[in-house]
Design a protein around this ligand. Structure first.
Ligand SMILES: CC(C)(COP(=O)(O)OP(=O)(O)OC[C@H]1O[C@@H](n2cnc3c(N)ncnc32)[C@H](O)[C@@H]1OP(=O)(O)O)[C@@H](O)C(=O)NCCC(=O)NCCS
Length: 150
């Protein structure tokens, strides 16, 4: 198996939209990802490529010293093999290099796997967004403080 983490390219978007729909039941959508890629200087999307296919991705918005995770998944068949840890580690290092001090994200309260991963990375609970998701479930907003290397 060959894998790498690299910047998103236009050719990846269709696969990512299908991947998001399979995992979340919904997607950011082609147009939003496309315009982020082409027009948004604050957007940084990273793809985990496995054997030439998209095995996962993470989207970040980095603005001054704050950053936000827009979306993040590892395809079901590759979960549990350390790829999520690898992508998040890459994203945190990118933030540190960009002098980001706080990285935030939203996670479904019931999402044990993701919450476990974020715990491991030192994300801390900030606040809850009630009925945030379409099915009425709540989101937790988590924040990680990043040490900027001087
Ligand atoms: C969350 C997600 C990205 C993690 O990716 P992954 O490749 O499975 O992560 P890893 O293999 O690096 O595992 C990370 C940790 O989560 C744990 N984990 C994985 N699946 C788990 C599960 N179903 N329940 C509990 N913990 C789980 C692993 O044991 C590991 O912890 P450890 O290092 O202490 O053993 C992946 O599960 C996913 O894409 N889920 C669906 C989409 C999603 O929830 N995205 C995040 C939205 S906020």
């Amino acid at each position: 198996m060959k894998f790498q983490i690299r910047p998103l390219e236009e050719k990846d978007i269709g696969e990512i939209v299908r991947g998001e729909e399979a995992i979340f039941g919904t997607s950011l959508g082609f147009d939003m990802i496309y315009s982020d890629l082409k027009l948004n200087p604050f957007a940084h999307y990273l793809v985990l490529e496995i054997d030439g296919r998209v095995g996962g991705y993470i989207g970040l918005w980095i603005h001054d010293d704050t950053a936000e995770v827009v979306n993040f998944y590892v395809a079901s068949k590759y979960q549990g093999h350390g790829f999520g840890t690898m992508i998040l580690d890459f994203a945190v290092k990118l933030c540190a290099m960009s002098k980001v001090k706080t990285l935030s994200l939203e996670v479904r309260e019931t999402n044990e796997a993701a919450r476990h991963l974020y715990d491991k990375f030192g994300f801390e609970f900030s606040h809850k967004r009630i009925h945030y998701y379409q099915d009425g479930s709540d989101a937790l907003v988590l924040i990680k403080n990043i040490e900027v290397n001087k």
